[in-house]
Ligand binder design. Structure first.
Ligand code: NAD
Length: 324
């Protein structure tokens, strides 16, 4: 039985990136007619697209979502849009004006052009950052965003609200997905939250004691990238619109537990060293409630932290070998 992806045309902004490249792989399993990837390769890469760049279904366009004329060429004629191009949280903080152009203005252009060209549905990559430190754990989608202090979180929330208003005013169907801490092969090796995994993998390969700043109690909800890609496809396939969903693994893992799991995944007997915390992390806990995604999208994450860490370690050590 074919579903609505079969023979459809799809645009993925940011499709050469970490999560986007897995979304492309997941979509290809459903035999679309065409997938256009628009990415300026500021963070994405040909290496991420290795598995599919030669597939005739794929059209890769190296370009910027801030180029409205190019964006319109990409959107005209597609059935569905995954809007994933974005700057990282640190990049937004370092240069909010560029953050405005990429995260806000371009998202506005995407919404306008999707209405103009009668796109059937948009899947928008939002973030758990919209919550700041949430009020409840596990965090339901109904928690309020007033604790968020970041430009990035504010921009993501605005994007969600923009699509809501465009659904209300023009009937544009959309789903917003609030990813929690996404990890896996191809991940950012110097990101703000998940980067600690990479630093510890370096310690493991060099036989050095991994450092924990503070008492290691800060927690995150680590969700494997292939599960996030599946959530994206589920969001497109479900006959659901005008909703935001958490995408997490629904397991709270402290940094201390994360390190233990990473050491175990690599059969390492290294002992951590504790250092005084030098920065204050305003978001000390993350834990998603996923029941809404389970009920309405039929999405349940399937990859355990342990399995994911094994795959991440293999990828990273192989990458290090190639670079060395
Ligand atoms: N990784 C996470 O843990 C996480 C968590 C929450 C939300 N998100 C969101 O998920 C989406 C994908 O994130 P990711 O982790 O794959 O990051 P990523 O940086 O690997 O992917 C973003 C892609 O967008 C591209 N891009 C950036 N600016 C662009 C521009 N002006 N024009 C065209 N392309 C541009 C980059 O080159 C990159 O390939 C983003 O919207 C991100 O904000 C990610």
């Amino acid at each position: 039985m074919h579903n609505k992806i079969y023979k459809s045309s799809i645009l993925i902004t940011g499709g050469a990136g970490f999560i986007g490249s897995y979304v492309v792989e997941e979509l290809l399993r459903h035999e679309p007619a065409k997938i256009i990837i628009l990415d300026n390769l500021i963070r994405g890469s040909f290496e991420n697209m290795q598995a599919f760049i030669d597939n005739p279904v794929i059209e890769f366009i190296e370009g910027d979502v801030r180029d409205t004329a190019l964006l319109e060429q990409c959107i005209a004629g597609v059935d569905y849009v995954f809007h994933m191009a974005a700057l990282r949280i640190n990049a937004c903080a370092a240069n909010p004006r560029v953050g405005f152009d990429v995260m806000l203005k371009s998202t506005f252009d995407v919404a306008e052009l999707c209405v103009k060209h009668q796109v059937k549905k948009v899947i928008y990559s939002s973030s758990a950052s919209i919550y700041g430190l949430a009020q409840h754990f596990p965090t339901p989608e109904t928690d309020n965003p007033y604790d968020n202090q970041t430009f990035y979180g504010g921009a993501k929330l605005w994007g969600e609200q923009l699509f809501r208003s465009y659904k209300f005013m023009y009937g544009l169907d959309y789903i917003a997905l609030r990813y929690f801490n996404v990890f896996g092969p191809r991940m950012d090796t110097d990101g703000k939250y998940t980067e600690v995994m990479i630093r510890w993998l370096d310690c493991i390969s060099e036989g050095k004691a991994p450092l924990i700043y503070g008492d290691g109690s800060t927690s995150m909800d680590f969700v494997y990238v292939k599960d996030v890609a599946k959530a994206n496809v589920a969001a497109l396939l479900a006959d659901v619109s005008d909703q935001a969903f958490n995408v997490g693994n629904c397991k709270e893992t402290s940094l201390k537990q994360l390190l233990e799991s990473l050491l175990e995944a690599n059969n390492s007997t290294l002992e951590p060293e504790y250092r005084e915390e030098n920065t204050v992390n305003p978001v000390s806990r993350r834990l998603a409630a996923n029941s809404k995604a389970q009920e309405l999208l039929n999405f349940v994450p399937t990859v355990s932290l342990k399995q994911g860490l094994k795959e991440l370690s293999e990828w990273y050590f192989e990458k290090k070998k190639i670079i060395a």
